[in-house]
Design a protein around this ligand. Structure first.
Ligand code: NDP
Ligand code: ZN
Length: 357
């Protein structure tokens, strides 16, 4: 029991990916700049599904997913300056990095060669990290974020990964007034793509496989909607987009060339989705027509996390969340429904106090 051990809901094998069982584990030793967070809510990310199903090749079982965490700081290391006991704080998808290499020092800690994922990662001492479907999480203060008072806990938890994964590449690639942005894949990250692209002032189009999410996308604020199942779906839009943010979690049936044809000269296609399959094919000819650029993005840095939360507070950005009380059954249900694309548009696990002391 806390503070020696934490407890959570773990997947024990890929075969039983949606039948989590309670699991007790020992966190890393408490460091001078660590914070223990008693968890109150946690979002359920597409990455959690890729991990527990073994789709990404996870070999470390049992594993407790969850990296969209909000809770209360209950213990604060002697060298922590940004958080006090009792503060409401969040933890996202990255929990540690070396903090000394040039990449970390320039604010690109999400690309540190020694980054540690919030779950399924390993600290230098060999301790495996466990995520937010748990009673507590222990995190370094650089990866623990104060939550502005104006924000609602259950709506904000999913911003800690999905929100930031959309926000950072939008900002880094110039989304703002006068720009036309496409968001591909209207799931958890994609819906934040629409919300944050609009909050940043860009013309924003949702791009989904079918029309089924059209009404919702427009209600989120999208200025327009394209369904890739429609014949000639790019007609009238070729060479008009400044940037496309692709959040698609799969690549089956994904033909990249028409998406690229939407971009203006030197426009950017930034893919954050991480399919389990081989991925898409690209031909130099498809890049030649507009000289477009393809790239990716990993989460976002601390400064961007704080700016995103402040923007959400200032502009009243409201995510679309369905809450599910945490339990073996509740976690299984959330994972199963996310796996079958039956989510509008993020699940947040709640009611932690009914399961954990
Ligand atoms: P969701 O499951 O909520 O959404 C994924 C969306 O992808 C679906 O709603 C669907 O949109 C679209 N999609 C799925 N399969 C295909 C396909 N074969 N072709 C085209 N579109 C498809 O997942 P999340 O939003 O939580 O995560 C999205 C991806 O991003 C995941 O792979 C996740 O692991 C990854 N990720 C990456 C991070 C990073 O830092 N780069 C951080 C966190 C997650 P529609 O129905 O509208 O077509
Ligand atoms: Zn995530």
């Amino acid at each position: 029991m806390y503070p020696e051990t934490f407890e959570g809901f773990a997947a024990h094998s890929a075969e039983e990916w949606n039948k989590p069982k309670r699991h007790e584990f020992t966190p890393k030793p408490f460091g001078d700049r660590d914070i223990d967070v008693k968890i109150v809510a946690c979002g359920v990310c597409g990455s959690d599904v890729h991990t527990v199903t073994g789709g990404w090749g996870n070999k470390n079982w049992p594993i407790i997913p969850g990296h969209e965490i909000i809770g209360e700081a209950v213990r604060v290391g002697p060298k922590v300056t940004s958080v006090k006991v009792g503060d409401r704080v969040g933890v996202g998808a990255q929990i540690f990095s070396c903090m000394e290499c040039p990449t970390c020092k320039e604010g690109n800690e999400t690309y540190c060669p020694d980054w540690v994922d919030t779950y399924g990662g390993f600290y230098p001492d060999g301790t495996m990290t466990m995520g937010g479907y748990s009673s507590h999480i222990r995190a370094h203060e650089h990866y623990t974020f104060p939550i502005p008072d104006a924000l609602d806990t259950n709506l904000t938890a999913p911003m800690l990964c999905a929100g930031l994964t959309a926000y950072s590449p939008l900002v880094r690639n110039g989304a703002g007034p006068g720009k036309k942005i496409g968001i591909v894949g209207i799931g958890g990250i994609g819906h934040f793509g629409i919300l944050f692209s609009k909050a940043l002032g860009a013309e924003t189009w949702a791009i989904s496989r079918t029309d089924s999410k059209k009404a919702d996308s427009l209600a989120m604020g999208a200025d327009g909607f394209l369904a890739t199942a429609d014949k000639d779906w790019t007609a009238g839009h070729k060479m008009t987009f400044d940037m496309i943010l692709c959040t698609a979690s799969g690549s089956d049936g994904f033909d990249l060339a028409p998406y690229l044809s939407l971009l203006r000269v030197h426009g950017k296609f930034i893919a954050v989705g991480l399919p389990e399959e081989e991925g898409w094919k690209v031909s130099p000819q498809a890049l030649l027509k507009n000289g477009c650029l393809i790239g990716s993005s990993h989460l976002g840095n601390r400064e961007e996390m704080l700016a995103m939360l402040q923007l959400a507070a200032d502009k009243g950005v409201k995510s679309w969340v369905e809450t599910i009380p945490i339990s073996e059954e509740g976690v299984g249900k959330a994972l199963t429904r996310l796996h079958s694309n039956d989510v509008k548009y993020r699940f947040t696990l709640t009611d932690y106090n009914k399961q954990f002391e």
